[in-house]
Design a protein. Structure first.
Length: 228
């Protein structure tokens, strides 16, 4: 299945679940990721977001819904699918959508964001999601050819305050900007009510990760509340 820009319409107002375990964690195993992803689909996830080439391959085999893939390399600066090489590997692993750093920061391979998007479009059938940290990022990313924009990096790049929940103000700003590409709310959406608020703020679809798929964090939230 090739996902076209028109095909994205199936994701309107839908929930996308991000299934990620971090280096050294017990659940960091592509089989586990794929099982968690398949469970999320049973619950109603319309698409899945996964990190790492093996996780993308295993998840593609386990679910019928679109897979948004990324490759995190490092943990600061430009680390979400930082180069064209990473992006093409993600596409070749089977991702329908390649999520890449969508900020205006210099990229490690020296390519511009626009050159990176053009390279992905030329060499694969994948669509490109720009993981943005601000309104200016989103504007530039759409100008440069991104197929979707996400608020993934809001609060992580220094341009926006790290809100406790989703950055609803940024969602509203981007939605009001009428950029003409699907706007994906992502980052710190921890409750069903916040997912609803993100849609009301103008998001086309909503990505939830930690609150659905990261038991260590969720356990910590409960424990913290009990001992506050
Ligand atoms: C900033 C960064 O590295 N974000 C990552 C991007 O893929 C993931 O670690 C997040 O879990 C994902 O964005 C979903 O967000 P949340 O887990 O808050 O629902």
């Amino acid at each position: 299945m090739i996902l076209t820009p028109e095909g994205l319409e199936a994701l309107r107002s839908q929930l996308i679940v991000s299934c990620q375990a971090y280096p050294g964690e017990p659940m960091r195993d592509p089989r586990t990721t794929a099982q968690v992803a398949a469970s999320a689909v049973i619950g109603g996830a319309a698409a899945i977001r996964v990190q790492g080439l093996a996780d993308i391959q295993f998840t593609r085999a386990a679910v019928e819904v679109p897979v948004i893939g990324l490759w995190k390399d490092g943990h600061d600066g430009v680390f979400i699918t930082p180069t064209l090489r990473h992006a093409l590997a993600v596409a070749n692993a089977g991702a329908h959508v390649v999520a890449i750093d969508g900020t205006r920061r210099p990229r490690p391979d020296g390519l511009s964001f626009a050159e990176t998007v053009a390279g992905i479009h030329a060499e694969s059938h994948a669509l490109v999601m720009a993981d943005c940290g601000s309104f200016d990022d989103a504007l530039a990313a759409v100008d440069a050819g991104a197929d979707l924009v996400g608020t993934t990096l809001s609060g992580y790049t220094g341009e926006r305050h790290k809100t406790d929940g989703p950055d609803l103000e940024l969602l509203e700003q981007i939605a009001a900007g009428g950029l003409g590409k699907p706007l994906i709310a992502e980052g710190r959406i921890h409750t069903p009510a916040q997912a609803r608020q993100a849609l009301d703020a103008g998001a086309f679809a909503v990505v939830v990760g930690t609150a659905i798929t990261h038991p260590a964090s969720i356990t910590g939230w409960f424990k913290g509340a009990m001992h506050a």
